[in-house]
Ligand binder design. Structure first.
Ligand code: M6R
Length: 612
């Protein structure tokens, strides 16, 4: 959470920073600020609200500078307000700092500083850390770099910090632990960002900074050090990302664009891996651990949010195809629970961003206990990808809408391929079934396009149901995680209360909610549980609930029991969630839009949850 941008070089810094912040707004959008260093001191402009609001508010101000830092905030310590917006300035006014993360021992540090006469102008942990750094610099009569190093050794928590100093007009000092930091290397200039999007049109050469590293960044010099003051050679990587991938491309919202990209993103995910003719699945990051996975007595899926739903779907798939015991864990619970982890256990960490703090810490905990960590991650080079022993990227491209859509179908595609590969090696699947499923998986992109061709129908349903107060989503088996995902999408985008439930479990409580006002969405595609689900539909209908169903094309029985249907093409039940989730993504999107919500940036949320 929180987006950070920095620039030092010959160009005007302000436009680069503002454009970069707009691209990082998915990380937080409570308040915005910039600090500009023009050789005559540091100027700070900041404001509650979105980047565009700051832009409007500072028209006409002196924004000329060749060095600057900028921040878009997701509030942790202190409400969203002008005073809590970053950058913060030190007591002397000479230093300005932005921060992404949480300083857990800030109150202890704050008390120490208060006893020394410091006065604070915000409620943030960031201002505390900044003044702590300034106090060390003053007391030890040392350089800013040295003061930061000393301060960070006392800090408990997570951070990326960027500082500018009025006495050092060309330099930005950055440090990282637990939150992402990318440095773009240009000709005589450097760019800094929470991800690479702010620097895309200027350079394709980037350095991913690691935990416990500091960067001293000048226009023509990048010095990387560890906290022990030893120099590290920056490892420059080439970005494989085009500008078009992070733009809306004619769609009203990123979320809609990303929903509509799914035929292509799933195709990209399968391409070069799945060969339905040869009957092969090529995944080198899995192949190297295949023996251990085959022999594993259990696999633990660790994730949060939508990625957790993908993990739950994978539990059904792995247990069915591979006959390996699978547990699905919320990363935030797993990491604090002192879980039983044995050497050789397989942990599959699922994450779109690859930066989710709880997932990252969970895998580090498991790794320390001897588990093998496989990452199913979307963002290339992200912290979870780098912390994993092996795994596979989802190749869905940048997902900018806060609600996860194409990442989910990508995760399902990757997890299904892994399960099929392991089942084949293990011999727990017949050859016929294996070949059949390869073909079914291969046809998913085309079938996704078919589903998306019916988006207008779902838009009409959204108009019809948008005023409902609550929604219930029900599914069984492979479609139970889809019910959870459909409910999550609706609540986060439209703010309508929605619950996902196993369809049969509904009788044990939620059925009490059913009346003639409650839309009940059944994920009712044809599978082994279909008849049971039809009975559940009857139960809802008998209580006058409004049944809306996602059904397989040609399923007249389910259609006759439903007030409205959303149709998907026939496919095997194992790969069905990749299709059945799409109408639910569209329904949530269109209801959110119909209610006038900001679907790409729903309130209180951030795309990448880098705090615990
Ligand atoms: O980046 P991750 O996949 O690790 O993120 C996990 C969740 O924060 C994320 O799925 C969140 O629940 C989304 N807002 C869901 O749409």
């Amino acid at each position: 959470m929180c987006g950070i941008v920095g620039y030092t070089g010959p160009r005007e810094a302000y436009p680069i920073i503002i454009k970069g912040l707009k691209r990082l707004e998915y990380r937080g959008y409570d308040s915005t600020g910039v600090a500009l260093q023009n050789g005559q001191g540091v100027k700070v402009y900041k404001k509650k609200g979105r980047v565009a609001e700051l832009e409007d508010a500072i028209v006409g101000k002196d924004l000329h500078a060749h060095v600057g830092i900028g921040h878009t905030r997701w509030a942790t310590h202190g409400e969203p307000s002008d005073r809590n917006a970053h950058p913060h300035q030190s007591s002397s006014g000479k230093l300005a700092m932005i921060h992404n993360g949480i300083i857990e021992n800030y109150s202890q540090l704050k008390n120490e500083l208060i006893s020394k006469g410091y006065v604070f102008h915000s409620d943030t942990d960031t201002e505390v850390l900044l003044n702590f750094i300034e106090e060390i610099k003053k007391n030890n009569n040392c350089s800013l770099e040295e003061a930061i190093r000393i301060a960070l050794k006392r800090v408990v928590g997570a951070y990326v910090i960027l500082l500018v100093d009025a006495d050092d007009p060309n330099t930005i000092i950055a440090a990282r632990k637990g939150s992402p930091l990318v440095i773009g290397v240009g000709k005589g200039e450097h760019f800094l960002g929470s991800d690479a999007s702010p620097m895309l049109e200027y350079t394709k050469e980037v350095v991913y900074v690691n935990d416990y590293e500091m960067a001293i960044v000048k226009p023509d010099e990048l010095i990387l050090k560890n906290l022990g003051n030893e120099k590290i050679t920056p490892y420059i990587q080439k970005l494989d990302l085009e500008l078009a991938a992070i733009e809306k491309g004619g769609y009203d919202h990123f979320m809609l664009k990303e929903i509509f990209e799914q035929p292509q993103t799933v195709y990209d995910c399968l391409r070069g891996r799945l060969d339905p003719v040869a009957g092969t699945i090529t995944m080198s990051g899995i192949q190297q651990y295949a023996d251990q996975i085959v022999k594993a007595s259990r696999i633990v899926m660790v994730a949060c949010g939508t990625s957790w739903h993908a993990g739950l779907a994978a539990e059904y798939i792995f247990e069915e195809l591979c006959r390996i015991n699978v547990e699905v864990e919320y990363a935030s619970e797993f990491r604090y629970r002192n879980p039983v982890i044995n050497k050789g256990d397989i942990i599959i960490a699922i994450s779109q961003s690859g930066e989710t703090a709880d997932t990252l810490v969970a895998i580090e905990t498991a790794k320390a206990k001897g588990a093998i960590i496989l990452g199913v991650v979307n963002v290339v080079g992200s912290s979870i990808a780098r912390a994993s022993h092996g795994g596979a990227y989802t190749h869905a491209g940048p997902e900018i809408g806060v609600a996860s859509t194409k990442a989910f179908t990508g995760q399902l595609a990757v997890l299904t391929m892994i399960a099929l590969k392991i089942a084949y090696i293990k011999g727990s699947i017949s050859n016929d079934r294996y070949m059949h499923l390869l073909n079914e998986l291969n046809e998913i992109p085309e079938k996704l396009a078919w589903v998306l061709n019916h988006a207008d129908h779902i838009k009409k349903l959204a108009e019809k149901y948008k005023d409902a107060r609550d929604f219930l989503y029900l599914g069984r088996g492979y479609n139970f995680p889809v019910a959870l995902e459909g409910a999550l999408k609706l609540k986060e985008i439209s703010y309508i209360h929605a619950e996902g439930y196993p369809a049969a479990e509904m009788k044990h409580g939620p059925i009490a909610l059913v009346d003639e006002t409650l839309p009940v969405v059944f994920i009712a595609t044809k599978d082994a549980y279909h008849e049971k689900l039809i009975s559940n539909m009857q139960e809802i209908k008998a209580r006058k609930g409004r049944v809306i169903s996602v059904i397989t094309e040609g399923d007249e029985m389910a259609k006759s029991l439903s007030e409205d249907v959303m149709i998907v093409p026939e496919t095997d039940e194992i790969v069905a969630p990749m299709l059945s989730v799409v109408p639910l993504q569209l329904l949530a999107y269109y209801i959110g839009v119909a209610k006038g919500q900001d679907v790409d940036k729903p309130r209180n949320l951030a795309k990448s949850v880098t705090v615990e």
